[in-house]
Design a binder for this molecule. Structure first.
Ligand SMILES: Nc1ncnc2c1ncn2[C@@H]1O[C@H](COP(=O)(O)OP(=O)(O)OP(=O)(O)O)[C@@H](O)[C@H]1O
Ligand SMILES: [Mg+2]
Length: 473
């Protein structure tokens, strides 16, 4: 093994199994999942684990039953029990039986993280560990640009310089942030993530910077802010573009002075937290609209990492799909072998507005629905036409004019609606392309309502393009 600890996760609810599996892997553990206590015992017989995390209520053998068996075997493996709210008696029983600890659902992930780290007695990663095993198990890419960005992330991980991750939703910003933390000397302290879009301004302020007791109604006790909790570690400011300008000013001060002012505090408190921020917004225009402070932008943007959308790294689509098939095989206990040729082609042709997250969701569903060894188009698209393939394989039939129209739309799809680029590919001037589009639009308008060409998801964009004033091509 590569030095990372292995955990046996026993949970009968699919959603919860998946969420915890994701989190544990994100923290660098190896995870095996099973859906009940009997299967867990079989796994424990066959392999060695550093920790068992088990749900309390499960079919066949429940959490207490499993704990009892494990203790009988005197293997010394620590066991963490997880249970729904209200099971206090079971908690007491579990502790008496020798459980390492007991967690009540729903629990904040950071509580679970510190518990798991303690229980698994995770060794500090030795300096000889170059993290490549973790890299393999988390960030999947074959794309040259992405590999370059990973190199950059690895190089800057050990400095304290702020990193700014920009990219569309679902491109892997959080994954990169965690990677940077794991590659840094701060890796043994918990990674602290704050979603700046999730809380209203006042709450976000005390969440980030903490508050003194009595500083506002409801502040019944002193609270440490996330910056203080991230002392010696990494703080991830997710969706920082959503932060209110008043807080932006406070954040700027933290970055400049390495000090925070607790709400209602008399003196600043010094902090040492490495800042990694992210946004999926276009901050250049937010700055023009005075919604984002340029001075903060330059402070955050010391190491800029711009993650390309999936449609611009098509060579990553199939490796990612394979990675997700393996992941969901494991979670669902399935044995899907791969994709049919058609299915693979369809995936490569798609535009992926939701990027890697969208691909992951599609594969997750397909693994569940897959009937044979291979995922086919049916399992991927539920019997509907794949979003782009239908357009791609335009049959060589119809009038010349019709072929021309299809070809133009096809090219616009491929260039994501960029007419200059499309004209280049088609070998015509932008002006000619514009005239053609104008013509089609007129035709569509004169078409009696409802008989318009059926628009697929991906056609929407280029149609929007058609409705823009055509002079601005
Ligand atoms: N290169 C990759 N290899 C493996 N999994 C990936 C990769 N990129 C993204 N993912 C997975 O895709 C999902 C979305 O990634 P992530 O949450 O990091 O995106 P994001 O850029 O933070 O999105 P958002 O802006 O919506 O928060 C996650 O489940 C993540 O594990
Ligand atoms: Mg994110």
């Amino acid at each position: 093994m590569n030095g990372s600890r292995s955990i046996l996760l026993v949970e009968d609810t699919y959603e919860e199994r998946k969420a915890l599996d994701d989190a544990l892997r994100g923290w660098g553990f190896e995870v095996t999942t099973v859906g009940d206590g009997v299967k867990a015992l079989a796994k424990l017989k066959a392999d060695r684990y550093d920790l068992v995390i088990t749900d309390l209520k499960m079919p066949k053998l429940d959490g207490i039953g499993l704990l009892t068996k494990i203790k009988e075997q005197q293997s010394g493996i620590p066991v963490i029990l997880v249970s729904a709210y209200g099971a206090v008696e079971s908690a007491v029983e579990a502790m008496k039986l020798g459980a390492f600890d007991f967690v009540v659902k729903p629990f904040p992930l950071r509580v679970m993280e510190s518990l798991v780290r303690r229980a698994a007695g995770q060794r500090p990663a030795s300096s000889g560990d170059d993290g490549s095993s973790i890299l393999k198990s988390s960030i999947v890419t074959k794309n040259r640009r992405m590999l370059g960005l990973l190199d950059l992330a690895r190089t800057v991980a050990c400095s304290k310089a702020p990193v700014f991750l920009q990219g569309e939703s679902g491109t892997g910003k959080e994954l990169f942030a965690r990677f940077i933390h794991r590659k840094s000397a701060r890796r043994n302290k918990p990674f602290v993530a704050v979603n700046c879009a999730a809380l209203p301004e006042g709450l976000l302020e005390s969440e980030l910077f903490g508050h003194e007791r009595g500083s506002f109604t409801g502040a019944v006790s002193k609270k440490l802010g996330r910056f203080e909790l991230a002392r010696g570690s990494t703080i991830f400011l997710d969706e920082v573009g959503e932060m209110h300008t008043h807080l932006q000013a406070k954040l700027l001060r933290v970055l400049q002075e390495s000090e925070v002012d607790r709400v209602g505090g008399l003196r600043p408190v010094s902090v040492d937290a490495r800042v990694v921020a992210s946004t999926n917004q276009d901050l250049e225009s937010a700055m023009k609209a005075r919604k984002f402070r340029p001075d903060l932008y330059y402070r955050l943007n010391v190491i800029p990492i711009k993650l390309p959308p999936l449609r611009d790294r098509k060579d990553d689509i199939l490796p990612l799909a394979e990675h997700f098939i393996k992941k969901y095989n494991r979670i669902d206990g399935r044995d899907v072998k791969g994709l049919t040729k058609d299915a693979a082609e369809a995936l490569v042709q798609m535009q992926w507005p939701g990027n890697v997250r969208e691909l992951e969701n599609l594969v997750e569903r397909a693994v569940l629905l897959c009937q044979g060894d291979l995922i086919d188009q049916n399992a991927l698209f539920l019997g509907e036409q794949p979003p782009v393939v239908a357009d791609r394989s335009f049959p060589l039939t119809g009038s010349l004019k019709e072929m021309e129209r299809k070809m133009i739309f096809h090219t616009l799809d491929q260039t994501d609606g960029n007419r200059t680029h499309a004209a280049e590919i088609l070998g015509v001037s932008v002006r000619t392309l514009r005239n053609k589009l104008n013509e089609y639009r007129k035709r569509m308008e004169t078409c009696e309502g409802g008989t318009q060409i059926a628009l697929s998801r991906n056609k929407q964009k280029r149609t929007e393009g058609m409705n823009r004033p055509l002079s601005s091509a």
